[in-house]
Design a protein around this ligand. Structure first.
Ligand SMILES: Nc1nc2c(ncn2[C@@H]2O[C@H](COP(=O)(O)OP(=O)(O)OP(=O)(O)O)[C@@H](O)[C@H]2O)c(=O)[nH]1
Length: 334
């Protein structure tokens, strides 16, 4: 049951693995019947070519599943498919020429568009140079033109898909108001920090920051003025954190900073510097100082990210409870 769920999870979260698996399924279903036909007809050269193609595709798929790495198998398979198209055209003539088009499409699914275009045009040049294309001059010219159009359309489609993927990634990880990373991105980064901490013993800390009496700014000056204060807070925090640290908007008027390579003293110093910056620089629309309460915690080796975050959250509430405009880092009060 768990294994089935794990397979489904890997297929839905790893696009490249899903493509390699699809190729494997197509090879199994699409090529196996031909093996029997070739064997029955005694077409041993075509039999060996088909068997080789099927074995390599299934091998690449298996390697990706077993190692969890898809880049190498995908690249290898794309070049192999290019070479396979050359072999099919040389061996089968017109029937082989039809395979050029799905081969081009498969390459754009498997590898970066530059690589795929190179393989598509390279394959075409090789079969032209070998004189493998069948037909009169007009047939060969038609094949070349349709092949180039197919490769060009594949390139444009891959480019559009890449741009859309990047836009979706921004939408999925950035907060629309402040353009800082959002809560979804935070969970990923905390998990990554925990892995790096376990492997390299690097110290990680989180600071949870919550504006004080922010509701009164909204009530007095309106929601849009409140939004402006949030954006100014985000810019101020971004300006004063180190390059390797990350700022996230957790929700509402609550922000989180993930600090990289810190101990307790450094985390406290960082939090208090930010507290002072906010108190000194951030103003409500009426000109009054806006302050922030901060809670922090350092990642412990044996805890989950929920436990780590809960300790910082409890520290934040201790800061709020002790009068606001305060820093509390887990057990250490400042
Ligand atoms: N302008 C604006 N306000 C927001 C946004 N998200 C949450 N809020 C407001 O933030 C306020 C949070 O109020 P409270 O939780 O009472 O916190 P507070 O007034 O800062 O009080 P303390 O945290 O206890 O100091 C509420 O008025 C929310 O409506 C947002 O995106 N924009």
């Amino acid at each position: 049951m768990n294994r089935a769920r794990n397979i489904r999870h890997r297929l839905t979260t790893d696009f490249q693995l899903a493509i390699l698996s699809l190729m494997g399924a197509i090879a199994l279903i699409g090529i196996t019947p031909f093996l029997f036909v070739r064997a029955a007809n005694g077409e041993w050269y075509a039999f060996v070519v088909d068997l080789l193609i099927e074995t390599v595709i299934l091998g690449c798929m298996l390697r990706a599943w077993l190692t969890g790495k898809t880049h190498g198998p995908s690249l290898f398979l794309a070049y192999f498919i290019g070479a396979g198209a050359v072999a099919a055209i040389s061996a089968l003539g017109v029937a082989g020429q039809y395979w050029y088009f799905p081969a081009v499409v498969a390459c754009f699914f498997l590898v970066h568009r530059h690589h795929a275009l190179g393989i598509a045009l390279g394959t075409l040049l090789v079969v032209l140079a070998l004189g493998s294309l069948v037909g009169d001059a007009s047939d060969i010219a038609s094949f070349c033109v349709t092949g180039i159009v197919c490769a060009f359309l594949g390139y444009v489609f891959a480019f559009r898909t890449e741009v859309q993927r990047q836009q979706l990634e921004v939408l999925a990880t950035k907060d629309a108001l402040t353009a800082t990373f959002n809560r979804h991105a935070l969970l990923d980064e905390l998990e990554r920090a925990r892995r790096v901490h376990a492997r390299d013993k690097v110290g990680f800390g989180i600071l949870v920051l919550d504006l004080d009496y922010f509701k009164s700014i909204n009530d007095q000056y309106g929601h849009l003025a409140g939004d402006k204060v949030l954006v100014e807070l985000a810019r101020l925090l971004e300006k004063h954190i180190r390059k390797n640290d990350r700022l996230f908007r957790y929700g509402g008027e609550e922000f989180v900073i993930l600090a990289h390579d810190v101990d307790e003293g450094a985390l406290i110093a960082m939090a208090d510097k930010l507290r002072v910056q906010v108190e000194t620089c951030l103003r409500s629309p009426g000109g009054a100082a806006v302050t922030v309460s901060i809670g922090g915690s350092l990642l412990r080796p044996d805890e989950s990210i929920d436990q780590w975050f809960a300790r910082a959250d409890a520290a934040l509430y201790a800061s709020k409870g002790s009068g606001r405009n305060r820093v509390t880092v887990d057990s250490a009060h400042y």
